[in-house]
Write a protein that binds this ligand. Structure first.
Ligand code: DQA
Length: 156
């Protein structure tokens, strides 16, 4: 029997500092689309993949940590663009380590073509996969990847 929407796995999509400024922020790097556009695209991609999405953004490290802890209880997986916190936050790394659900790291830009301080991410070491450099499409790729990982887990 097909799952009802309420039975579909819930994934958290968490966005870190300054991603609320997309559309106004360094368009040459991040494009002209807004975070609301990304949220809409994620809703569509999740629907096609048979997943439910809880999409959030915060400029505050502690709030991101709280949400990761909440994901431990509520979510089947976490897609995270921790933005600048990727390069600085041991707290985000430690919170993600506690999860026993898949984590996929996303960056709009290819962080490896940018400044050296962006080349290390504290998220990558605790992620099942990393997607960067595909702009907003990276979120859709992450959702497709998450659906595959969850199906693999469900079917052993
Ligand atoms: C980013 C890359 C980070 O280096 C940067 O601090 C961001 C956005 C990206 O999506 O490309 O805020 O995570």
């Amino acid at each position: 029997m097909p799952q009802t929407v309420a039975e579909q796995p819930l994934i958290f999509i968490l966005n870190g500092p300054n991603l609320n400024m997309l559309g106004k922020r360094e368009a040459g790097i991040y494009g002209t689309g807004t975070l609301a556009d990304i949220e809409t695209a994620c809703g569509g991609a999740a629907k096609s993949a048979g997943l439910r999405v809880d999409f959030r953004q915060s400029n505050h490290e502690g709030e991101i940590v709280d949400w990761i802890q909440e994901a431990q209880v509520k979510a089947a997986g976490v897609v995270i663009n921790a933005a600048a916190l990727s390069h600085s936050s041991v707290a985000v790394h430690d919170a993600l380590r506690l999860l026993d659900v898949p984590v996929i790291e996303v960056h709009l830009s290819n962080i490896y073509r940018r400044e050296a301080f962006r080349h290390h991410s504290y998220v990558s070491a605790v992620a099942s996969g990393v997607i960067c450099g595909f702009g907003a499409d990276g979120y859709k790729l992450a959702i497709a990847g998450m659906a595959r990982l969850l199906a693999e887990r469900a079917h052993g």
